[in-house]
Design a binder for this molecule. Sequence first.
Ligand code: ZN
Length: 270
Amino acid sequence: MRQQHSYPVEAIVLKRTDLGEADRVLTLLTPTKGKFHAIAKGIRRPISKKAGHLELLSHSQLQVALGRNLDIITQAEVRENFLSLRNDLWHMTCGLYLAELVDRFIEDDTQHPEVYTLMLEMLRGIERDVIDRQRRRENGTELVEQEHGRTNLLLHYFEIHLLSLIGYEPAFRHCAQCASELQPVENGFTPSLGGALCPQCSRFWARPLSMNALKVLRLLQRSKWSEVPRFRLDNSLQLELEVTMHGLLRFHLERDLKSWSFLEMLSLRK
Ligand SMILES: [Zn+2]
């Protein structure tokens, strides 16, 4: 009879908060129920069988029982635990940044199957980058300054596509003010207008947006991640992309994200 009061669901663990002596409340992202919170009882006890299956960012198959307030996870089996990502502080922080973005932008109990698919694809992408990087290091072909380039690009890919999926598609093809087609010249960018501005419209109040930055942003916007070529970004272009995308996210969220300062600190320490 108990089965009728529970349901199976696959999920990515976005966040966890301690509760009481040994429990945790998990924030889960699922393809069928969107984002919701559930209790994992006894998970902080050393003997917990579920603990290894419900780590942050793990992709797991769950059985969940209906609870009075919050539902309760009764079984968990990890499908992908992204071990390489997890063992590298910078890449783990990038993964947590994606989780923070989803947590901030997605409302509870609203279905977003495409966001789920995107999140999973990006975690797999970061995992692959860490493995590739280890391989290149072993072969002695990794240059230090290229270390984080690919993953930084992945973060911007995620930011652009997440915004688009929730209805805030950034304007990178047409001027966000007058809708004229943007030309390959230096344009402008204004977060409060949702994107790039043609030179005419950016005269008074936009920050400049270089031709190269616009090209990269457009490429990310129109491509599948697997088709984005591996290319090298110099530091100033990398910084410009970051300032541009963070400006847009800050405008939509009306606040900074916690992960930004941590990512910045890790980059400086490198
Ligand atoms: Zn314009």
